[in-house]
Design a binder for this molecule. Structure first.
Ligand code: G3P
Ligand code: CA
Length: 262
């Protein structure tokens, strides 16, 4: 296990590839994540959903309609059905690609030649009660990353808009870092993050520009800030100036270059 300082460069935000290098390649495909890693991303972000046979797959939307050549609700389809679809050709920069499972993405992340973190976002955990978190934790245990010695040493971070979902993760894996996502200062600057036990907050860059003191308020309670989706130079500069720890971007190569110059 490597130490956290090797994963996040000190002094400037670390770069998280949002759905992979998703500006250039189809989101949530193995090619988009390999590209992001080759471009030097410090972390990868993915969304996870449960299939009808309770497999965790990396898909953002409730349905497959936007990002594949099929139609249907992810939670009503089996992994075998999803494997029949093409998740790559819809994108101008894409080619045929299979659905990506969380197991495949964890394997890529943990086998990569330098240490990177995987930010796993649970989508709509309410639909399955706590099953999404149960399945996720079981897999993180299987890969040996559910009980890091400290948040700084963790190779996995669970992020969610659901404070109940974050709380369930913290209850069963107290050493695992968690980030409560939100789009309002009321949620992120209030007691929700404390109640959920989150180790960080995750505002959108629009929310953070409206309430820039969120970073300091989080830091005062020992929490880091993860900001999304940071694709413009002015937003990268803003996040660096405020002391944001992680910036999630669809353009990891560009953001890395900008961070060298600012
Ligand atoms: O990284 C957080 C961000 O991804 C949340 O929004 O809709 O892109 O999942 P969304
Ligand atoms: Ca997401």
């Amino acid at each position: 296990m490597t130490n956290g300082e090797q994963i996040s460069r000190s002094g400037k935000p670390a770069v998280v590839a949002h759905r992979g290098a998703s500006e250039d390649l189809p989101e949530h495909t193995i090619g988009a994540y390999e590209r992001a890693l080759a471009e030097g991303a410090d972390g990868l972000e993915c969304d996870v959903r449960l299939t009808s046979d309770h497999e965790l797959v990396c898909i953002h939307d409730r349905t497959v309609d936007r990002t594949s050549d099929g139609t249907g609700v992810v939670s009503e389809m089996s992994l075998a059905q999803l494997r029949e679809l093409d998740f790559g050709s819809w994108h101008p920069g894409g080619k045929q690609a299979s659905v990506l499972t969380l197991r495949e993405l964890l394997t890529l992340t943990l086998d990569w030649r330098r240490p990177v973190r995987l930010f796993v976002e649970t989508k709509h955990p309410v639909r399955y009660g706590s099953l999404v978190e149960q399945k996720l934790l079981a897999m993180l245990h299987e890969f040996g990353v559910a009980s890091p010695p400290s948040a700084d040493h963790s190779r996995a971070v669970v992020i969610s808009f659901s404070s109940a979902g974050v709380w369930r993760i913290r209850r069963h894996a107290p050493m695992l870092p968690t980030i409560l996502l939100g789009e309002t200062a009321r949620v992120l600057g209030g007691s929700a993050a404390t109640a959920a036990g989150a180790t960080g907050i995750g505002p959108s860059v629009e929310t953070l520009r409206q309430y820039p003191d969120l970073v300091d308020r989080a830091a005062a309670s020992g929490r880091v800030t993860y900001c999304w989706t940071v694709d413009e130079l002015s937003d990268v500069q803003f996040c660096a100036d405020r002391g944001v720890r992680w910036v999630a971007t669809n353009r990891p190569a560009k953001v890395r270059d900008w961070l060298v110059t600012i």
